[in-house]
Design a protein around this ligand. Sequence first.
Ligand code: SF4
Length: 114
Amino acid sequence: MEIRTRLMELSGRKRWSDFFTDWRVAANCTDLGDYYFFARDGEQASEREKRECAAKSICAECLVLDHCRRYALDTAQSHGIWGGLTGSERRLLRDGPDSDGIADNSIIQVLNTI
Ligand code: SF4
């Protein structure tokens, strides 16, 4: 199937030009709600790790990952998984390491894969 046809199906848009006006129409997470992408009150560290891992898997297959990540960085989204990155990872990308020059090793490992 032609990619253009597939994108139109995914987006539910009738005009090709509509697809470019809003990248969200082709997002993998459109019908998933916040469950995987945002922390819940009282969430334990192990729960957060599993949830974020699941969210990142969804993002990894998303056609608009780059648009989403750019949007999150440009608009300084501080919470949730956007474009496969946590808020901490986006902050590090945007601002660099902490003033002491030390960044969390797990974050550096993630950023090295981008
Ligand atoms: S990259 Fe992730 S958060 Fe962004 S639109 Fe795609 S699935 Fe949603």
